[in-house]
Design a protein around this ligand. Structure first.
Ligand code: DC
Length: 242
């Protein structure tokens, strides 16, 4: 893959990558950020961190008010770790505790759509995402980056893939993480992804949707290298409107 250099007039250059669960957003966004030397913000990790705190405090019995009351005392940080490998990794901190793998549990995945649909959670995290991006060159991935967080992002990409392919990717991810989840079948994972997609795309507040000016990329049969190349190509052209 060739190195790309982006010419931009503005101080800030925002690359927004949205799409449904397991469509390859975070891997693509992280590699694009690595290539360009940009900051990477995994906004899903931020919603997951609030969900983890909610579950720890209330279990599955909580109201919107309960979650909203947690927000002023919640501190989320994404710390970049340069571990001397080819790629930088991001560690997630919740109130100064490292929760990078805790936020990927099945319990959090099952609850995160509900927590992230709460308007006050969204307002708080969107404000934080904008603040973190101030005067930075950033790649953000999520569900509403190109539509709500940065509707004027310089580059917008919307990744999709078939549900079977996304379930396969999620199964591999889980297998890489822990032997305990080896039993999750493709059908089971596909059903869970479909439920989450439905919830995320039908909620009232900033639902998952493709911005009209985003490049829609079906990654079902694409390698991760091709996905990264496609985003870099778009970025190098400085395309704002397709
Ligand atoms: O990308 P992910 O699977 O880690 O995201 C977890 C959940 O967080 C997802 O189901 C919906 C929510 N989310 C959101 O509502 N808005 C974002 N910008 C990112 C994630």
């Amino acid at each position: 893959m060739s190195e790309k250099h982006i010419q931009c007039e503005d101080e800030t250059l925002i690359i927004a990558i949205d799409g449904p669960a397991a469509s390859g957003k975070s891997t693509t966004a992280r590699l694009v950020a690595d290539k360009l030397g940009y900051m990477y913000i995994d906004t899903g990790a931020m919603y997951r961190a609030v969900t983890l705190k909610t579950i720890r405090r209330f279990g599955a019995q909580y109201t919107e008010e309960d979650v909203a009351a947690l927000l002023p005392e919640t501190h989320i940080e994404l710390r970049r770790e340069d571990n001397h490998s080819a790629h930088t990794s991001i560690k997630v901190f919740l109130d100064d505790e490292e929760v990078t793998s805790d936020i990927r549990s099945q319990e959090v995945s099952a609850e995160v759509s509900r927590v992230s649909a709460i308007p006050r959670v969204r307002e708080r995290l969107v404000a934080l995402q904008r603040e973190m991006s101030k005067n930075e060159r950033v790649v953000l991935d999520g569900r509403d980056i190109g539509t709500v967080v940065f509707p004027h992002a310089d580059v917008k990409v919307y990744l999709v893939a078939s549900i079977e392919e996304r379930a396969r990717r999620r199964q591999k991810e889980l297998q890489d993480q822990s032997a305990a989840t080896l039993n999750a079948s493709i059908d089971d994972l596909a059903a869970r992804l479909a439920t989450r997609d439905r919830f995320d795309s039908t909620r009232d507040h900033s639902p998952l949707s493709c911005a009209p000016d985003a490049l829609r990329l079906d990654t079902t049969n694409m390698t991760i290298e091709c996905q990264v190349e496609a985003v870099l190509e778009l970025a190098s052209q400085g395309i704002k409107k397709i």
